[in-house]
Design a protein around this ligand. Sequence first.
Ligand SMILES: NC(=O)c1ccc[n+]([C@@H]2O[C@H](COP(=O)([O-])OP(=O)(O)OC[C@H]3O[C@@H](n4cnc5c(N)ncnc54)[C@H](OP(=O)(O)O)[C@@H]3O)[C@@H](O)[C@H]2O)c1
Length: 343
Amino acid sequence: MKLQVGILGATGLTGAELMRLLLRHPQIEIVWLSSESQTGVPYDTVYPVFSGRLPEKIAKLISMEEAGKTTPDAVFSCLPHAASAEAIEPFLKNGKTKVIDLSADYRISDVAIYSTTYSHKHPHPERLKDAVFGLTEIHREQIAKTKLVANPGCYSTSILLPLLPLLKNGVIQKTGIIADSKSGVSGMGRKATEASHFMACNENFSAYKIGDQHRHLPEIREQLGIASNAAVNLLFTPHLVPMERGILSTIYVELVTGKTVADIEACWNKAYAGSPFVKIVKDFPKTAEVSRSNECRFKAYQPAEGNRVIIVSVLDNMVKGASGQALQNMNVMFGLDETLGLL
Ligand SMILES: NC(=O)c1ccc[n+]([C@@H]2O[C@H](COP(=O)([O-])OP(=O)(O)OC[C@H]3O[C@@H](n4cnc5c(N)ncnc54)[C@H](OP(=O)(O)O)[C@@H]3O)[C@@H](O)[C@H]2O)c1
């Protein structure tokens, strides 16, 4: 029996990326795709790339209301924050469906921090305690038991995967960490805005939400704090790069006295021994190496002078940073091979 799966917000970029992955998953049957603005429209009109590849049942987009009356085995929400928590509530209530939420609605456990960060009141704060932060390699055991996964932000995944084992095992200091990240334009979603249209992005490279202003920072700080059992001080500056997809994070850390870059590599190798999508590489990784794959690759370098180490981490924001990790989490939630549909 195949798992019945629905996608909320299937017309967005992460929805389309998820479709690309789900269509080649051997144990999934997609039962509906939802859209509010394009209800009734054939999905392959929105994304002609899927023409001739869609089962008749899901050819046309259905409304969120119609979707909410069904009880599939799993639902992926590719909606913006706030809209997402509202739309997934009927599925959480039905007692059967497992939900993977790609939005930020269930990533931050403190409702006050969530409200300040996203400038609105959380519609279902009572659910926050049930959600598991879906960084698969770190929270695999809890993900296997939950019905609600909060899929991490794309920047967060590129920063947390290299840092968490190092903080947990006391290899690096908890202070003075700087993450300097660059993202392709697909990180901004499908709708063109003043900041994301071609004339604004092409031949341009800009920093935004500098230092302590980006919305991913609270979820990053929360996860770093859990790993190190203390508050972790981190500055984070994202940049927009004129490319379609990909994130490269350059992260500056300070070693604990007596530790070296060899301890960093040993710590990573041990932490990620059973994790097929995390690769510790020999040469500094580039975004094109992981394009359309679910891998996160990283490498560390220790300059001759001082106690600092520089880590370079890359992933595809649409795959390991969103839809790929969401599918990886679904596989874990249903006890399937974590790599199904992702290799
Ligand atoms: N892009 C990335 O790299 C990335 C990475 C990680 C996480 N995420 C998160 O994943 C979610 C989806 O991102 P995306 O890039 O796919 O966004 P997107 O391209 O903007 O698509 C979101 C879709 O949601 C629907 N939607 C928009 N506003 C809505 C509202 N108020 N109520 C109901 N539906 C609404 C729209 O579909 P209809 O108009 O057809 O209904 C839209 O196609 C977001 O929460 C985002 O933060 C994105």
